[in-house]
Design a protein around this ligand. Structure first.
Ligand SMILES: Cc1cc2nc3c(=O)[nH]c(=O)nc-3n(C[C@H](O)[C@H](O)[C@H](O)COP(=O)(O)OP(=O)(O)OC[C@H]3O[C@@H](n4cnc5c(N)ncnc54)[C@H](O)[C@@H]3O)c2cc1C
Length: 415
């Protein structure tokens, strides 16, 4: 029987960052996954480290937007009809959280995490030899209509309040930054404080390698084997059973698979998303991720090609992929950027683990000694992985946390 101080279940960017932070503090740690580190949701994202994020993503408002989604003409969101009754309570809660004052509350409560996101990645990258994946040149949000640009004015006012840097650009100024973009938009906002990575999988792998260099152990196995063993927690890794006084659930969209059998449930849903890589035509190129805000997709330069990522699809996590959204937005994406042939035969699909208030759950599991929770990072898991790792390690080692963890606690779901 192997014994460690802590077991981290899930080797996505979140679990790997927690394991690394615990190992840095001298704990003996096992990091368990059924795959190699970083190969699920943490592989397929748009690679943006959104230190600039202020407001949560709102539920579509206005009849026209709702009708477009309902009639499956929308590019920014899609759904499986048979899934709607099941996800309806979550969608209603999400809509309630889209009220402006709730989104302002999100900005306030999440700022301690977002404001450190880039710096915490940089610190881990420096010690993991992963700086070569980091681009510190922000990201660009495009607005095809003046109305859409005006509608986001409150976010820019909020940015001024929080001291975030941004530049509002006309087409000529945006083209000076990204000459390959066609002028199908009227305005652009360059969020200069954000960063991005050219290969999210390689970043998680680098953090995992640093973890093992510090003495951490990466194990393969099924996290659903987690059970109590006296006062400790035990998991059956392929290499044999391992137990520890503390265990962290960092299984992203699969977290409830392990928690429900323990009698713990949380109102988490998934927003599925797709990506596909394309080769650029001719010598076109991009230096940073670009979001076509009204159409609802991101195009990000990656080592694998230009990665086109979609918005949300509401469907059962394990249902077969239905990448209709990607097909729908492709003409708009091709009008913006000279995308050439696709790199893969099929799009990639992943699931963003999301709570209706858009905040993750970080901290102790109520009523379960030694059980810790770190999941539900929604659109920002890559961004928040390292800062989550730091906060969780501080909480688990009874150090003074760098911020008040209460807004992220599981207790907010207690009835
Ligand atoms: C299209 C798209 C674009 C995105 N763009 C961005 C972006 O630009 N910036 C950003 O910050 N975020 C982005 N995100 C969100 C981000 O990718 C996620 O929030 C993040 O990857 C979640 O990380 P995680 O470690 O919690 O989960 P995961 O990476 O999914 O890790 C969970 C791990 O648990 C393992 N696991 C599951 N079940 C078991 C089991 N039974 N036994 C053992 N192991 C198990 C899995 O193998 C996996 O490795 C995007 C997401 C999508 C889908």
């Amino acid at each position: 029987m192997a014994r460690v101080d802590a077991i981290v279940l899930g080797a996505g960017i979140v679990g790997t960052s927690i394991a690394l932070h615990l190992a840095k503090r001298g704990l003996a740690v096992a990091l368990l996954d059924r795959r190699a580190p970083g190969e699920e949701t943490s592989y397929g994202n748009a690679g943006v480290i959104e230190g600039n994020t202020l407001l949560s993503h709102p539920f579509p408002s206005g009849l026209a937007a709702l009708l477009r989604v309902a009639t499956k003409r929308a590019t920014e969101a899609d759904y499986h009809l048979s899934f709607l009754p099941q996800v309806a309570p979550w969608l209603l809660a999400y809509r309630a959280n889209s009220a402006f004052e709730r989104r302002m509350e999100f900005a306030d409560l999440m700022r301690p995490l977002f404001s450190r996101a880039v710096a915490e990645h940089e610190a881990l990258m420096a010690e993991s030899g992963a700086e070569r994946y980091l681009r510190k040149d922000g990201w660009l949000k495009l607005y095809r209509s003046a109305a859409a640009f005006e509608a986001t004015a409150p976010e820019r006012e909020l940015a001024a309040k929080y001291g975030l840097t941004l530049r509002v650009l006309d087409v000529a100024a945006a083209q000076a930054l990204e000459p390959s973009l066609a002028p199908v938009y009227q305005r652009a906002v360059h969020w200069t404080g954000a960063a991005s990575v050219s290969n999210p999988l390689a970043v998680t792998r680098a953090y995992a390698a640093r973890f093992t260099a510090l003495g951490g152990v990466v194990l393969e196995g099924d996290a659903r084997s987690l059970h109590r063993a006296g006062s400790r927690w035990r998991v059956d890794a392929n290499e044999g059973p391992v137990d520890a006084a503390q265990v962290v659930i960092a299984l992203g969209p699969w977290s409830l698979d392990v928690l429900r059998p323990l009698g713990l449930d949380f109102p988490m849903a998934v927003k599925r998303g797709y990506h596909r890589h394309f080769r650029p035509r001719g010598n076109a190129g991009l230096t940073r991720p670009v979001v076509d805000t009204e159409v609802g997709y991101c195009v990000a330069p990656m080592e694998q090609g230009l990665r086109l990522t979609t918005g949300a699809e509401f469907a059962p996590r394990d249902a077969p992929p239905t990448p209709a959204q990607l097909e729908r937005l492709l003409p708009a994406a091709k009008a913006l950027f000279p995308l050439g042939e696709a790199v893969e035969a099929e799009p990639w699909m992943g699931s963003r683990p999301c709570f209706a208030d858009s905040r993750p759950v970080l901290g102790r599991a109520p009523g379960q000694d030694g059980l810790w929770l770190a999941f539900g990072h929604a659109h920002w898991g890559l961004t928040l992985g390292p800062v989550t790792g730091r906060l969780m390690a501080e909480l688990m080692t009874a150090a003074t946390p760098f911020c008040d963890p209460k807004p992220y606690g599981a207790e907010r779901f207690a009835r």
